[in-house]
Design a protein around this ligand. Structure first.
Ligand SMILES: [Zn+2]
Length: 149
């Protein structure tokens, strides 16, 4: 019975891992859309800035406060874009191994350098998208990989 339990729990783990990978892809496409939206907003805010300047010149009434307001809107959008891009990069490309700091692809299940198992967490709001799991230590970790401390 314990053998079947073991098989069953392993199968569940695999299903869970597959689910998280899909989640990742969904998150990546959502973040891509967010980036596109922010880029559109940046463009239209530049346009707004241009219109504002145009109106001021035409009416010969310069209002620095209004201009600075629009400029800081653009700055905020760039910050948003940077944050979103970083999240995207993290999900799509690289992740630093919690054990040896090796840069791994986000699709990697094990660290390429030390063989540490890398698991995707649910939240991409976190700084780290993988967490350390202390399971399967006897059969998965460190086999055929040099351990780096
Ligand atoms: Zn590592």
């Amino acid at each position: 019975m314990s053998f079947l339990d073991d098989v069953f729990s392993k199968a569940k783990d695999v299903t869970k891992a597959a689910g998280k990978k899909t989640d990742n892809l969904v998150k990546i496409s959502k973040l891509k859309m967010q980036c596109a939206t922010i880029n559109n907003n940046i463009r239209s805010t530049y346009e707004k800035l241009g219109n504002t300047v145009y109106d001021m010149i035409k009416s010969d009434s310069e209002n620095q406060t209004v201009l600075l307001g629009v400029v800081s809107e653009i700055d905020d959008l760039y910050k948003q874009l940077e944050r979103t891009t970083k999240k995207l990069e993290k999900l799509r490309k690289i992740y630093s191994c919690p054990r040896c700091d090796e840069k791994n692809k986000a699709t990697a299940v094990y660290c390429a350098k030390c063989g540490k198992r890398l698991v995707v967490t649910d939240s991409y709001e976190d700084n780290d998208i993988y967490v350390d799991v202390d399971i399967d230590d006897d059969d998965d970790d460190d086999i055929g990989f040099p351990s780096v401390e």
